[in-house]
Design a protein around this ligand. Structure first.
Ligand SMILES: Cc1cc2nc3c(=O)[nH]c(=O)nc-3n(C[C@H](O)[C@H](O)[C@H](O)COP(=O)(O)OP(=O)(O)OC[C@H]3O[C@@H](n4cnc5c(N)ncnc54)[C@H](O)[C@@H]3O)c2cc1C
Length: 404
């Protein structure tokens, strides 16, 4: 956003509570690698594929990448400057920090969509003696107590942690609800290559059939490992991970799982096959079929005939639960009344129309399917900076000269 604001000669400041790449430095587990290939972290005015366009950045590489970008953009940046309140003021907004209060005509909330790792209410019923961790607290398998681990949630985070922990020798049980199955490669190309080439990642918020649903879908079951292996449920079962249904309750020291495992797996298989059909159609229509491998379909997800519906933590030797049940943004500091009942900001593609001059960036499907990826921020920032310039122009009574 700073790159685009500078390009439009809009005076601004960037306030960051930590350092550049703070989230990657402080909130992610050390072995995390990006699930997006290096070529896919395209930022405005910056092409940096780290010498291996198809590789996947490790956490230190991701931090170094963002530091390089910050040096290039050289934004008017104040680090260690936590915003403790944003409120309306007569001429715009007041942004409060320990280093002083800023008065501005517009504010872009680029504080991230994944600030708080969610822990369901039933986590309060977990028996004492079973450790509970969120992915933000998780470091590595060696830091866990000896014994079994229940990972709750099978999106990218849950599947990656199940893979890592099972490989370390600790037996993993994975509670699986609705999930989005994906394969790392298809017809010899990376899945993200297909998502990009077909235009699926560019699909806009005002084009999808059900935006609320699109915004709440779990992430692809994908990881960016050098061997490009899959981490779908078949891959995890082959490692020895035990699959159970969605965690529905905890009573008397026992976990209760929903009986829907087979159904959610069939649905995920169906949706993956639908996606692959769409890719095949696009490849045929665009003359790509001859240049890639032949179409194929993955083996349906293997589910045991009667997956267990209950599990006694003590008898099963479960010593740790990891809540990989999703993340949500933190707006505890926002004093502008624009939150809906679920605590999300009401907005139209990042424009908060109830509070003119307030913008959002970096949230799931904000303006495009790719909005919450590093790769998606640039296009959204371009669009929103144009709208913002229009807002400033309208306020000052001048023609902004930019299309919103
Ligand atoms: C587990 C996980 C894995 C991911 N993997 C990938 C991946 O492989 N590829 C990919 O492209 N994306 C990935 N993402 C998404 C990615 O982390 C970012 O969400 C995305 O790049 C958008 O960046 P952002 O700058 O909007 O948000 P963030 O990276 O979250 O940055 C927000 C910044 O705002 C700061 N901030 C927050 N509150 C305040 C405050 N009150 N005052 C001052 N500063 C504040 C934070 O310190 C932080 O630096 C992943 C996300 C998660 C959770």
């Amino acid at each position: 956003m700073s790159w685009w604001l500078a390009a439009r000669s809009i005076d601004h400041v960037v306030l960051e509570r930590g350092e550049v790449a703070n989230t990657w430095r402080t909130e992610r587990w050390p072995s995390l690698t990006l699930l997006t290939p290096n070529w896919q972290s395209r930022l405005p005015g910056f092409k940096d594929e780290g010498g291996d366009a198809d590789g996947f950045r490790t956490l230190p590489e991701t931090i170094a990448f963002l530091e390089r970008y910050a040096r290039l953009v050289s934004p008017p940046l104040k680090t260690h400057c936590r915003v403790s309140a944003v409120r309306r003021a007569p001429d715009g907004y007041e942004v409060v920090t320990a280093q002083g209060t800023w008065h501005c005509k517009a504010v872009v909330l680029a504080t991230g969509g994944f600030n708080i790792a969610q822990r369901p209410k039933l986590s309060e019923l977990v028996p004492a003696g079973v450790a509970q961790l969120t992915p933000v607290q998780y470091r590595d398998p060696e830091s866990l107590q000896q014994g079994g681990v229940l990972v709750v949630g099978a999106a990218a985070t849950g599947a990656q942690l199940a893979d890592e922990i099972q490989r370390s020798g600790r037996p993993v049980t994975l509670a699986v609800g609705e999930h989005v199955r994906a394969t790392r490669t298809y017809r010899g190309k990376d899945m993200q290559w297909w998502m990009d080439a077909t235009g699926l990642n560019d699909e806009r918020y005002d084009e999808v059939e059900n935006l609320t649903r699109a915004r709440s879908l779990p992430s692809f079951q994908l990881a960016g490992y050098p061997d490009r292996r899959n981490i779908d449920l078949n891959a995890l079962s082959s490692l020895g991970v035990k699959l159970v249904g969605r965690l529905a309750g905890i009573q008397d020291g026992k976990a209760q799982f929903s009986g829907s495992l087979r159904n959610v797996c069939e649905l995920a298989d169906l949706k993956l096959n639908r996606l692959l059909n769409r890719i095949d159609e696009w490849a045929a229509e665009n003359g790509v079929s001859g240049a890639v491998d032949s179409p194929h379909r993955p083996e349906p997800t293997r589910v045991e005939a009667s997956p267990p519906l209950g599990l006694d933590f003590q008898r099963a030797g479960i010593r740790t639960i990891i809540w990989a049940t999703g993340f949500r943004p933190d707006y505890s500091w926002l004093e502008v009344p624009v939150l809906d009942r679920k605590g999300n900001i009401r907005h139209e593609g990042g424009v908060v129309s109830e509070a003119p001059g307030l913008y959002l960036l970096g949230l799931t499907f904000l303006r495009r399917r790719k909005s919450s990826l590093i790769d998606g921020v640039g296009d959204d920032a371009r669009d929103l900076s144009a709208h913002l310039a229009g807002h400033l122009g309208a306020r000052s009574g001048k023609a902004a000269g930019l299309k919103s």
